[in-house]
Design a protein. Structure first.
Length: 374
């Protein structure tokens, strides 16, 4: 019997020592939470309260501990309320910090909601804090957009992007599902466009494209968004997408020089002169006095060897605007090519034809040098 009791006692001691680290850890965790809650109640050291809770959450074993999440969100909420109060009372406070804390608050509550919404042991999803947290956050959502505008005005594009991104993200967060936010509401579309712009300014193509689909739906920013995407596609050698968006740009914005010149260049560089000519002709139909459109056609005619037609178009450009230097140059080159052809072909009168073409090229080239001396 003594041996039996001794064996039980020995196993108990072993078990106690095995569980000792767990007890110590649980005690330390409980102590940290209590200390953080004390900070929150006093309104002091809120940054320490936040940091200690974030440290606890780094341990995967604590990820579903709602006490830690509640303490973390309360610490950030208190930070925001203190900053907001100081601004309201016109006391010294950093506006930048307030906007960043607002975003941090949304991210923390959204992360907590994802834990709160995990299925219970019976596979039921019953978030306990969603309604309360949503009601608290909704009035502050507009500050995410305002913060984006604030940082944009300071040319702090990374911070501005993060604010617009957080504003848009509310539309997909289960925390706000009962609000029925949509990414296509007017302010969200504006945020999508501005986020795209920030991505471009940061030279971060991934960020620029993140909300570009909805930025294209923002009427006031659609043309710019298409230009942003065209630049990205060209830079990344996504030439099919590049061509498609240029075609769409020319179709929707027929007077845009950006889309026109790039689409014509694309076709020319891919030896698709017929397509380039079709683009130029359609553009000229819409604006017959546009010297850029006319020059593009003249240049295509030069490239395909239609020299006389090229000269005719260049003369038309000069009649509209006699200071377009390239029109003189292109016409001069066309005459020179006619001279070369005459010399190459030989035959009766070839020398006379060549001499005539050279003499006609000369005044165009001289006029070009006057307009473009460098």
């Amino acid at each position: 019997m003594k041996r039996l009791f001794g064996l039980v006692e020995k196993r108990f001691i072993i078990l106690m020592f095995a569980l000792l680290p767990v007890w110590i850890c649980a005690y330390a965790q409980k102590k940290e939470i209590a200390q953080a809650q004390t900070y929150i109640k006093s309104g002091a050291n809120l940054d320490k309260a936040e940091a200690s809770m974030r440290k606890l959450l780094q341990d995967s074993a604590n990820r579903e501990n709602m006490k830690i999440w509640l303490t973390l969100t309360e610490a950030i909420k208190k930070q925001y309320e203190q900053g907001n109060e100081k601004l309201y009372l016109k006391q010294a406070y950093d506006t930048t910090a307030l906007f960043l804390t607002n975003r941090k608050m949304f991210l923390a509550y959204e992360a907590m909601d994802s834990i709160d919404a995990l299925p219970d042991k019976k596979d039921r999803v019953k978030p306990r804090f969603r309604k309360k947290n949503m009601d608290f956050l909704v009035p502050f959502r507009k500050n995410l957009y305002s913060g984006g505008l604030f940082f944009l005005s300071k040319q702090k594009f990374a911070e501005a992007f993060s604010m617009f991104d957080a504003y848009i993200d509310c539309t997909r967060q289960p925390l706000f599902s009962s609000m029925k936010y949509t990414a296509t509401e007017p302010v969200a579309l504006s945020a999508s466009y501005l986020a795209t712009y920030c991505g471009v300014k940061l030279h971060e193509n991934r960020l620029a494209e993140k909300h570009s689909a909805n930025a294209l739906l923002y009427k006031n920013g659609r043309e710019n968004t298409m230009r942003f995407l065209a630049d990205i596609y060209n830079e990344e050698k996504r030439m099919g997408e590049y061509r498609d968006i240029l075609q769409k740009g020319v179709e929707e914005y027929p007077k845009s020089e950006y889309f026109f010149t790039r689409l014509v260049d694309y076709y020319n560089s891919n030896n698709m002169q017929d397509s380039a000519m079709a683009v130029a002709d359609k553009a000229i139909e819409g604006d017959s006095l546009n010297t850029l459109f006319l020059y593009a056609k003249g240049n295509i005619l030069l490239n395909i060897g239609e020299y006389e037609k090229c000269i005719e178009v260049c003369d038309h450009i000069i009649a509209i605007n006699d200071s377009v230097a390239d029109a003189y140059y292109t016409a001069g080159v066309a005459y020179l090519n006619l001279a070369f052809e005459a010399q190459k072909n030989g035959g009766k009168g070839s020398k006379a034809h060549a001499k005539d073409a050279y003499s006609k090229a000369l005044p165009y080239m001289e006029h070009y040098r006057q307009l473009a001396p460098d």
